[in-house]
Ligand binder design. Structure first.
Ligand SMILES: Nc1nc2c(ncn2[C@@H]2O[C@H](COP(=O)(O)OP(=O)(O)OP(=O)(O)O)[C@@H](O)[C@H]2O)c(=O)[nH]1
Ligand SMILES: [Mg+2]
Length: 381
């Protein structure tokens, strides 16, 4: 393969000459310069570089074959490495495919935890743990429905169904307030307490509506929440929809005055500002305002079912150190897949339970908590 150079004064003539001599050619490039001594007599001088077409093909073929050689060399090297690897590695069976793990199956009763139980009791315990019930709480509840199985010398259910067993255990270990009631002539207040956003305001109006519709009582609402932007407006709107008198108390003195002026009312519902249970200073402020309340009052602590049990117990313990909590009012069960909290918190705290809110609609999304209802949630019915 070689490049031929043609020189002359006429470019076209050079190309013709190259074609004549070499046949099919590829023009690579050309140069031009001016030759002559006198500037106005200078002539163009061309230098044409051409390549014979066959030579071009040959050049491609050469490149291709050198690529093939390179590839063959690489394949040879890979084969050699594979052979080496096979000879040097110990002969082991290939590992088994991974076993899929199902989330549900991860929660199992370990013999250490539930070693004293057998049969249906063990099955019920497993189910409760899957629903978020703490093992210790589950054991205490299930034990109430157990007798000794003579063959295995372990505890097994002595009830016909899981439902019966749970009802027995829940009735024994949990306290229920039943529907809130106010005796005739007895003025009573209900204070809605709890962390931010648990549903204090909305659920206060669900209870207000129960008093008005089911017990035909005269109800008034006081909010002490002047902190939340739009808080007063939210409460005022609900109050006007339900046609309930509504007041705002900014401090202890104001609260006392309002309550004294509401002589004709049977029930006063008090909404409070949502505060983090870690904020002792703010919880102290709520306590100071409520000290202006001089009628018998029930302190309701609202707990969202979205909380984990430890978090919920933290809320209970901190609020309890400020207020004499009379019952736990669960909220947002519709947003939770772990109803175990309904057993864990009342069992551990010893506090009675009152209601549970099941959605956002006011006033319908509320239910009275009963052993049957908790059993339904736990059994997924
Ligand atoms: N899904 C669901 N949402 C609820 C439930 N109860 C209340 N909510 C919603 O939770 C949000 C907060 O409710 P609020 O009643 O304003 O809560 P709060 O405790 O008064 O809030 P703060 O005053 O800010 O502390 C609202 O959007 C309610 O509609 C419930 O049971 N389920
Ligand atoms: Mg509120």
């Amino acid at each position: 393969m070689s490049v031929k150079v043609y020189e002359g004064e006429e470019l076209n003539g050079l190309i013709e000459k190259a074609k004549k001599e070499l046949g099919d050619v590829e023009i690579l490039y050309y140069e031009v310069e001016k030759r002559g001594f006198l500037p106005f007599l200078k002539k163009k001088w061309y230098r044409l570089f051409v390549l014979k077409k066959e030579e071009e093909k040959e050049r491609d073929r050469e490149a291709e074959s050198s690529e093939i050689v390179k590839l063959e060399e690489e394949i040879g090297e890979i084969k050699r490495l594979l052979k080496e690897l096979k000879e040097n590695s110990p002969s082991v069976a290939s590992p088994p495919p991974p076993v899929p793990v199902h989330l549900e199956e991860r929660v199992v009763c370990t013999p250490e935890e539930f070693g004293e139980f057998t049969g249906d009791a063990l099955e019920l315990l497993s189910l409760l743990v899957k629903k978020g019930v703490e093992p210790e709480v589950a054991k205490a509840v299930v034990k109430e429905a157990c007798g000794l199985d003579l063959e295995s010398e372990k505890l097994d259910l002595n009830t016909a169904t899981f439902r019966e067993a749970l009802l027995k255990g829940i009735e024994k270990h949990l306290k229920f307030t039943g529907e809130f009631k106010v005796e005739e002539g007895q003025k009573k207040a209900f204070v809605f307490l709890g962390p931010t956003g648990v549903g204090k305001t909305t659920n206060l109006f669900k209870i207000a509506s129960k008093f008005v519709i089911e017990q035909e009582l005269k109800v008034g609402v006081i909010t002490t929440d002047t902190f939340k932007v739009g808080g007063v407006a939210q409460a005022r709107t609900y109050a006007s929809i339900l046609n309930i008198p509504f007041f705002v108390a900014t401090d202890q003195k104001k609260l006392k005055e309002i309550v004294e002026s509401l002589k004709e009312l049977d029930v006063i519902l008090i909404d409070t500002v949502g505060r983090s249970h870690y904020d002792y200073w703010r919880l102290g402020e709520i306590k100071a305002t409520l000290s202006g309340l001089e009628v018998p009052a029930e302190m309701l602590l609202l707990i969202s079912c979205n909380y984990g049990t430890n978090e919920a117990m933290e809320v209970v313990n901190r609020y309890r150190s400020f207020f004499p909590i009379s019952s736990i009012f669960f909220t947002k069960i519709d947003e939770s897949s772990s109803p175990g909290i309904l057993l864990n918190v009342p069992y551990t705290s010893g506090l009675p339970v009152s209601y549970i809110s099941t959605g956002q609609r006011v006033p319908e999304d509320i239910k009275l908590l009963t052993p049957e209802l908790i059993t339904n949630y736990l059994l997924g019915e």
